[in-house]
Design a protein around this ligand. Structure first.
Ligand SMILES: [Fe+2]
Ligand SMILES: [Fe+2]
Length: 135
C-alpha cells in the first residue's frame, strides 16, 4: 500500500502516525514476501505492528477526548474491535485453525485504508472545524 497525501485527515500528529503505521505494514509485507522469516519471527514482527497500532489508537483517543469529539465512544469501539479481531486471528492461526500471514497483512491494509479514509477523516474534519473556531 502506497502512502498518499489523500490519506491525510488534517491533524498533523495523527497523519504522521498513520503514515508510520502504513510503512510498518509495508515492512511486514516485504518480510513475508522475502520468504526469509520463519513463523516465529513473523509473529514477532506482527506483534510489533499491533503494538504500534495500539499506541496510535491510544494517542488518537486521547486527542478525541481532549477535544470532546462527540463520536469518541463509537470510534474507540472500532479500535477495540480491530485489536480483538487481530488477537483472535493470531490465536486461530497459531493453533492451526486457519488463516495465513498473507491474509492477516491484507486485513491490515483493508482495515487501515477504510478506517482512515472514513472514520479518522470524520474526526479530522471535526478537528479542523474546532481549530478554526478557536482562532
Ligand atoms: Fe487513526
Ligand atoms: Fe481511528
Amino acid at each position: 500500500m502506497q502512502w498518499s497525501d489523500d490519506y491525510n485527515v488534517g491533524c498533523p500528529g495523527i497523519d504522521a502516525q498513520h503514515k508510520e503505521l502504513v510503512e510498518k505494514v509495508n515492512e511486514l509485507e516485504r518480510l513475508l514476501e522475502s520468504g526469509e522469516a520463519d513463523d516465529e519471527s513473523f509473529s514477532d514482527a506482527i506483534l510489533f505492528v499491533v503494538e504500534y497500532a495500539r499506541t496510535h489508537f491510544r494517542d488518537e483517543e486521547e486527542l478525541m477526548q481532549k477535544m470532546q469529539y462527540p463520536e469518541f465512544a463509537a470510534h474507540r469501539k472500532l479500535h477495540d474491535q480491530m485489536v480483538n479481531h487481530l488477537a483472535c486471528f493470531l490465536k486461530d492461526m497459531q493453533s492451526g485453525n486457519g488463516g495465513t500471514f498473507s491474509e492477516l497483512v491484507s486485513y491490515l491494509y483493508v482495515w487501515i485504508q477504510a478506517h482512515v479514509l472514513v472514520e479518522d477523516r470524520k474526526f479530522g474534519d471535526f478537528y479542523l472545524l474546532s481549530a478554526n473556531a478557536g482562532t
